[in-house]
Design a protein around this ligand. Sequence first.
Ligand code: ATP
Length: 235
Amino acid sequence: MLDARNLSVRYGKHLALNDVSIKVGHGECVVILGANGAGKSTLLRGLTSMVPIASEGDVLFLDRHIGGIAPQKVVEIGIAHVPEGRGVFTEMTVDENLRLGANPRRAREGAEGRRKEVLALFPRLAERQRQRVGTMSGGEQQMVAVARALMSKPDLLLLDEPSLGLAPIVVGELFQALKRVRDSGMSMLVVEQNVRASLSIASRGYLLEAGRIVGEGAANTLMDDPGVRKAFLGH
Ligand code: ATP
């Protein structure tokens, strides 16, 4: 589904992403594990053209070269990006946020049916459709962000640190919901610092350190990887 090769991103003199190659298969949930500043957000921004990638890089999505595509076209080709900090409309209700999510051309047909499917994945939102998003908890707002992204009818969902700033119990609830999204067949690329939560839903992962991929493997082997344990689990 996604085959990104040799991606490098510079911010001025700083090389934030250094020759990174990753793949996501159809229906696969892949996690990029990295500490603060490792380049996780930069990788997602590079994939969606929010920052320019160096010329040797190439991004294939559904067998089409999309490197350098206009950022506003990304959603129309089937990639939904939930940025760090969620980007939900806090003055609007859950329902209004979801309806806005169906605004891209590809998503207009069948939007009502999709809204029902999405609400079935997030029962907590189904109960609160008329609630203003700004009055909801951080975990619920993150659910709104993911649900709104799903309304755009994506083939691939990119999630930037969904657990950020959430209490452990809320992280558990959110990842239960993300598991349901995965089980619906959605292809997902998740960048995270929360190793346990993200590996609990991923089948495969990559380890990103100072802009470089320094490890990769099946989710169950990564959990026991000495580098991962040392960097993230404190032993
Ligand atoms: P975090 O979890 O802290 O967001 P991250 O892994 O997502 O970390 P990035 O945000 O991708 O990391 O940042 C990677 C590096 O690039 C960091 O050193 C950061 O300071 C730098 N960086 C990020 N955005 C910019 C920018 N717009 N201009 C200059 N440097 C930047």
